[in-house]
Design a protein around this ligand. Structure first.
Ligand code: SF4
Ligand code: SF4
Length: 77
């Protein structure tokens, strides 16, 4: 199953990933980081399709996607 890792200390809370996720499974945290930002969290890991869109739109490269064998291929790198 694909999954993502969000480095919350690099997240600035811009919410671009939340808006971009086609599965609508990213949400902002209720607490803040040491830098004072709300950060993105994966709300429903079981529905992640490993599309990498969240990682592509993140301006701070705070998201890493692990496809574990890739279920869907939407982009050719
Ligand atoms: S990899 Fe795709 S489905 Fe998974 S959290 Fe990121 S944008 Fe959403
Ligand atoms: S796009 Fe990156 S910096 Fe913006 S909320 Fe998502 S993880 Fe944080």
């Amino acid at each position: 199953m694909p999954g993502i890792t969000i480095d919350k200390d690099h997240c600035k809370g811009c919410e671009l990933c939340v808006q971009a996720c086609p599965q609508r499974i990213l949400a902002m945290s209720k607490d803040i980081t040491v830098r004072g930002y709300y950060y993105a969290q994966l709300a429903d890991p079981s529905r992640c399709i490993g599309c990498r869109i969240c990682a592509l739109v993140c301006p701070d490269v705070a998201i890493e996607v692990n496809t574990h064998g890739l279920m869907f291929e939407l982009f050719d790198y």
